[in-house]
Unconditional design. Sequence first.
Length: 382
Amino acid sequence: MIEAFVNARILAGDRFLAGHAVLVEGGRISGVVEATDARVRGADVHDLQGASLVPGFIDCQVNGGGGVLFNDAPSVDTIRRIGAAHARFGTTGFLPTLISDDVDVMRAAIAAVDEAIIAGVPGVIGIHLEGPYLAPERRGIHNAAKFHIPQSGDINLVSSLRRGRTLITLAPERVEAEAIGALVGRGVIVAGGHTAADYATTRRALDAGMRGFTHLFNAMTPMQSREPGVVGAALEDRASWCGLIVDGFHLHPAVLRVALAAKAQGKLFLVTDAMPPVGSAEDTFELNGETITCRDGRCVNARGTLAGSSLDMAAAVRNTIEQAGIAPQDAMRMASTYPAAFLGLQSSHGQIATGYAADFVVLDDALGVRETWIGGERIFAA
């Protein structure tokens, strides 16, 4: 049976379409057609009553949600709970993110993601290993005792996921360019983050195949007049992508606007860096033996160090529109089209177009999530 989504403002490419319908068959989009098309009349029709139908949000940095943290229990059940929590806020694709941990935990996390993909857990598209090859000087909330320089076996471990995408965040000054090249050669997406590198070192990593930057501006060397640092290298480079945490705490609105003005169009995308409180009534959790408290969206330890966020993707889109003053469709593409491109999924995800995965978000006039669809299946309804 063909499904038809009608009576909606459809975000197709960079503009909204009216008077059209989206046809879905076998979990994929089979057409974006005029509402009067004969195929619509013979389909199972979903009347969206004037809501916006936009590409599903893709989050490359999800530490937790639904009251659970991936590090605490790297299992299929944990991934399923995290995915369900974030689906409430429009996330249709995500990378469970492992904060710097021991090799055994890394191995278990990779295996769990592989099993989750085999099991068809909705939304999981790979793994993000945030560390442990990071700089102690820019550790943030990470436990520096877990950090180390990668050895010969580490490349095999990091590249061992058999299905889905692998993203690793590393400090370029802690990993040789040859090792970065070896990871890239095995299909791993490399991003710089939690780094004290200078401009030249960052540039060498980019030349070796580093593809992006994790939570731009946070936990990295800033741009200064005589030392561009990691931030300067990231903004200057035309080919790389940068993730942004637009929660009102990680970035000042003016910094967000500067980044949008400086970086090549389509190369900035939204992430949540979400922790267990997202989709949960709990406002505290344990991380590295510390109690993290979330109040009014801000997650910190006892010293006031930011520890991820309680941000969701729908809120990130709304915040970006409000703080940056950009058009809604531009913010929505920062949550869907651009992260898909960063992950190399630009031909299958992140757009409402023929042949793409039927991953949608239905938004009301206030950009609240009414429905979330993954692979043509409704995963969440408000």
